[in-house]
Design a protein around this ligand. Sequence first.
Ligand SMILES: Nc1ncnc2c1ncn2[C@@H]1O[C@H](COP(=O)(O)OP(=O)(O)OP(=O)(O)O)[C@@H](O)[C@H]1O
Ligand SMILES: Cc1cn([C@H]2C[C@H](O)[C@@H](COP(=O)(O)O)O2)c(=O)[nH]c1=O
Length: 216
Amino acid sequence: MAPVGRLVVIEGLDGAGKRTLADGLTAQLRAKGASVASLAFPRYGKSVHADLVREALHRGHGDLADSVYGMAVLYALDRSGAADDIRALRDTHDVVLLDRYVASNAAYAAARLRQDAAGEVVKWVWELEVDRFGLPRPDAHLLLRVAPAVAAERAERRAEAEAGRDRDSFETDDGLQRRCAAVYDELAASGWLAPWHVLDGVAGVDHEALAATLLG
Ligand SMILES: Nc1ncnc2c1ncn2[C@@H]1O[C@H](COP(=O)(O)OP(=O)(O)OP(=O)(O)O)[C@@H](O)[C@H]1O
Ligand SMILES: Cc1cn([C@H]2C[C@H](O)[C@@H](COP(=O)(O)O)O2)c(=O)[nH]c1=O
């Protein structure tokens, strides 16, 4: 069966508001009669690779968390295990919303490396996930852009509000988040992997208008 749906990826810093955007957008897309499915990566609790990521981000697991390429492979393996599900959802829904996808791996890995090694890892992530693992290319990215300090404040408030939610080592690394914001801007400007729509996450996103754009 030919694919019918659009794969729309939401990207942004930890705490930017991606989940909140996904929920609001889903409601507006459904109100317009569209069928919507969603997936979030890493698939914590649903894949052994994602659970290894979570353990590494919270406990380090020896020096695993320090290995930029090692962590990127774990994220990619988690996604690779969902490739058939993504294709099946795309064949049966108008829109599949992905809360983080391949670009997260490129952005965070690049942000963790020296600037002169960043371009190489961005290219490697594309080759690994799209060319070798065969993950479907998305139709569009939505970059929810907020200043790193705003994202950190939102993440902190959420952790306070949700008992038992510990912040992980990427989330609490201010330098990483700042570099990551810069890499995201570069990925968006270059149209990496798919077109990017840059959204102002501080001014607020008009979910209804965005839903209309995505369906149009
Ligand atoms: N536009 C907004 N204005 C103010 N607060 C917001 C906004 N959007 C989301 N928040 C709040 O910020 C916190 C983080 O939002 P959310 O969980 O959607 O972020 P996220 O990008 O999915 O985070 P993560 O990647 O860390 O899982 C939540 O408490 C949420 O209610
Ligand atoms: C999918 C993915 C995520 N990351 C990073 C981004 C976050 O800091 C953490 C965990 O993600 P969450 O949204 O807080 O649950 O992992 C990454 O580096 N590579 C990826 O592919």
